[in-house]
Design a protein around this ligand. Sequence first.
Ligand SMILES: [Zn+2]
Length: 59
Amino acid sequence: MNDDQERAILAVQFRGLDGMCVGCRAWWSRLVPYPCWQVEWATSRQARTIMARYLGVRA
Ligand SMILES: [Zn+2]
């Protein structure tokens, strides 16, 4: 896993007008309330990467 994959996930997973995740519906025909688990995963991964960089550790 790297930054690009997280960014790619966040680029397609976004909130639709009805509050459901657009990415999950488009990719898997799944109705999931936004934020879905993938968004949670990617944002937590990003937060950890940023923190690791801040501390000078290679994530
Ligand atoms: Zn989603």
